[in-house]
Ligand binder design. Structure first.
Ligand code: 6PG
Length: 235
């Protein structure tokens, strides 16, 4: 799955060759790290348009980048990052400012990057999935689910899952403005949430935040066998 995901990212970046830049928001958590490692090394790294690439994050924990729970710290350690990626093109979430000021600062940065638009049109947003159906740091029952006029939100520490630290997350309005969203999901713990979200007969959007991800462009799910276990065989 990591290789398929890395190849997908390369293909998306190559497709956007004509455009001046390629904006990629990385998912947090541990699942995507293997894909980031592959992406940052030959042969895939040789095909990536690093000088045109701008790296963002879908969410971040309110810890220093050097902290083991930092999404940006873990992703950059896995990625490399290649010398050809200008350091000014790496836009980590300033989550050490705290959830609310960090969200406001990141939103200002996104508005400066994307300009006067309704919402940030990332070329590609990567997302993970929690067993409870959360994605980025949008948790079930969170007020963040109903916020449509903000691009970035501060989130208090979740009481139900580790790490129990405050977060900064892209809001659904920002995620759904993306041209393409790719979910990377692995392991049996996610199988039930995957089954509900991808089942046409279950209205998952009521309870599972990831079910509300409906980008204006393409939505792809990359699952390993364990995470896909609950899906009935499709012809
Ligand atoms: C975070 C992530 C979160 C993550 C899922 C899956 O900051 O925790 O953004 O949404 O993607 O919880 O995490 P794993 O890949 O570690 O299972």
């Amino acid at each position: 799955m990591a290789a398929a995901a890395a190849d997908f990212i390369v293909a998306q970046a190559e497709k956007a060759k004509g455009a001046g830049r390629f904006s990629l928001a990385l998912a947090g958590g541990t699942t995507p790290l293997a894909a980031y490692r592959l992406l940052g090394r030959p042969p895939r790294a040789d095909r990536m348009p690093w000088p045109r690439l701008h790296l963002f994050w879908s969410d971040e924990r309110c810890v220093a980048m050097s902290h083991p729970e930092s999404n940006a710290g873990a992703a950059l350690a896995a990625l490399g990052p290649p010398q050809a990626l200008p350091r000014g093109n790496i836009h980590p979430i300033p989550a050490t400012l705290g959830p609310r000021p960090g969200a406001e600062a990141y939103e200002r940065g996104l508005r400066a990057f994307f300009g006067p638009v309704e919402a940030p049109t990332f070329d590609l947003v990567l997302l993970g999935l929690g067993p409870d159906g959360h994605t980025a740091s949008i948790f079930p029952g969170s007020p963040a689910l109903d916020v449509m006029d903000r691009w970035v939100l501060g989130v208090p520490a979740p009481a139900h899952l580790e790490p129990r630290v405050a977060r900064v997350t892209l809001a659904l309005a920002a995620i759904n403005a993306a041209w393409t969203v790719l979910f990377l999901v692995s392991g049996p713990a996610k199988a039930d949430a995957v089954r509900k979200i991808l089942s046409p007969s279950f209205d998952a959007a009521k309870t599972l935040p990831a079910a509300r991800v409906k980008p204006q462009g393409d939505l792809a799910w990359f699952l390993d066998r364990d995470a896909a276990r609950g899906l009935e065989e499709r012809p």
